[in-house]
Design a protein around this ligand. Structure first.
Ligand code: SIN
Ligand code: CO
Length: 371
């Protein structure tokens, strides 16, 4: 972190060899067929970059040419436990910075073209190999009218061929281009670095929903005018003083950051449990089995404030400690000791599908897809 994070690329050979076969082309084709999973196919046709958005039928993918295309599937960590496990390898970085794990399958010669991201990204090579070219160029001008973000003048400075298990870290705004050598799977673990403009506009939206400004415009001293087309200067002064009420505190910022970062992406739906236990039964089972977060759940804490899937709660110190452990480890091991209020909260989250009772591990779990 000291030497590379947000500073310069890092190439780590054989960093994560155990994930080489974690996600396969078949897994990605299956995910690309789902309407609750975001997928894209990118390819170059007669020199122009084209993008198609999923879901894709298996047969449509089978009809693609033998080479020169890429299938990208977003937020795979939210649907495949093995991708969620890969993500946990990066738990030395706060989840608050995390975006998702994108996984791509590229046919030979496939890639998404030279570009830069507004992300810190760890590119982990799965099956196959990929040639990465990177550049710290200042010129980030993009090709006009392209549906894919492509750099107009990419000037590679370094290049590496990543083999299964190798990792390449790139800070935001580093230009890069990855072209597959043969069939290739790449995991991109992205950490968002939003622009001030993006943060500001989302914060203003958040403030709008909680703002209550007092008073209404009043001008009992208004004089009759011969220039009705002119804005009276007094109107600007009054409006300006009314707008002075637009203020916010650090608590508002905490609330905004927590809710904003845990807000589920648009296509995310939480399935309620098919068989609902009563609060008493749930408490008994949770005490015995423990709990874990649904793969799609985003949970963060800030002191005694707990944020889960865009909702915010404040709790007592013991409860906050327990829920912070849940947020960090994404599970609570049995035996569970909770007070009544926390139990009620956990029960509500269980009913909403945010958490599940910790299932016993079975040998088939590794490749099982969470439904
Ligand atoms: C890819 O996996 O093809 C693209 C990853 C990236 O360039 O960020
Ligand atoms: Co990129």
């Amino acid at each position: 972190m000291r030497q590379h994070w947000q500073k310069k690329p890092l190439l780590a050979r054989t960093a994560l060899p155990e994930y080489t076969n974690a996600v396969t082309r078949d897994d990605l084709v299956a995910l690309a067929g789902r309407s609750d999973v975001e997928s894209r196919i990118i390819r170059q046709i007669s020199g122009c970059w084209k993008v198609q958005h999923g879901p894709f039928k298996r047969s449509a993918i089978a009809r693609l040419p033998r080479s020169g295309w890429t299938l990208l599937v977003q937020s795979v960590d939210q649907v495949l436990p093995q991708a969620a496990r890969l993500l946990r390898e990066f738990a030395f970085i706060p989840y608050a910075r995390l975006d998702d794990v994108m996984v791509s399958y590229a046919a030979p010669g496939g890639g998404v073209g030279p570009h830069f991201d507004s992300y810190d990204v760890f590119l982990v090579q799965g099956q196959g190999a990929r040639r990465w070219q990177v550049s710290h160029q200042r010129d980030l001008e993009l090709v006009d009218d392209s549906p894919v973000k492509i750099l107009r003048n990419f000037r590679p400075q370094r290049e590496w061929v990543l083999e299964p298990g190798d990792l390449l870290y790139l800070p935001p705004a580093w230009a890069h281009n990855g072209v597959s050598i043969g069939d290739c799977i790449t995991y991109s673990i992205g950490f968002r670095a939003p622009s001030a403009h993006e943060l500001g506009s989302r914060f203003l939206e958040f403030l709008q929903d909680r703002m209550a400004l007092r008073g209404m415009y009043a001008d009992p001293d208004l004089k009759a005018t011969r220039t009705p087309g002119t804005i009276p200067p007094a109107m600007i002064t009054r409006t300006s003083s009314m707008l002075q009420q637009l203020r916010w505190s650090e608590t508002d910022v905490v609330e905004f950051v927590g809710r904003d970062l845990t807000e589920p992406k648009m296509q995310v739906v939480f399935d309620r449990p098919s068989r609902t236990f009563t609060p008493e039964d749930f408490a008994k089972r949770a005490t015995r089995k423990g709990l874990k977060l649904n793969l799609r759940t985003r949970m963060l804490t800030y002191g005694r404030r707990i944020f889960i899937n865009g909702e915010s709660y404040s709790c007592g110190p013991a409860s906050a400690r327990l829920l912070s452990t849940l947020a960090d480890a994404r599970e609570l091991a049995p035996p569970l000791r909770t007070d009544t209020r926390t139990r009620r909260l956990l029960y509500d989250w269980y009913r909403a599908g945010y958490i599940t009772l910790h299932p016993r591990k079975s040998s088939g779990e590794r490749r099982m897809q969470e439904s």
